[in-house]
Design a protein around this ligand. Sequence first.
Ligand SMILES: [Zn+2]
Ligand SMILES: [Zn+2]
Length: 119
Amino acid sequence: MGAKERYQRWYYNHLEEARETNRVRQWAYYERNAEKIRERAKKNRRPIPYDPIKGRARNAVAYAIRVGKLTKKPCEKCGETKVQAHHDDYSRPLDVRWLCSRCHGIEHRRQDSCRLQPR
Ligand SMILES: [Zn+2]
Ligand SMILES: [Zn+2]
């Protein structure tokens, strides 16, 4: 066996060793902090189901802006220039209203509450 091969073998063996120690260390860390880790995972879990229709509408808007088909306008409620696209109807992805994040939130709360009340 040449020196190079010997070195490669040594390197490989120690790599495995290092990996193993790492794993053990991680496991030990988990054991010690299992409670904390589980709590954190629970807190971070956000049950937002992926909505492909909304996703597609947002992609369409981003694309239309890029190619100049759509231009961002100031918020229609307050004039703020940092705006987001709001869809009244996701089936018409380029039919948007421009709202800043604050007014956008208000608009959605208003719509959601409308839906809850019989008209
Ligand atoms: Zn606004
Ligand atoms: Zn919206």
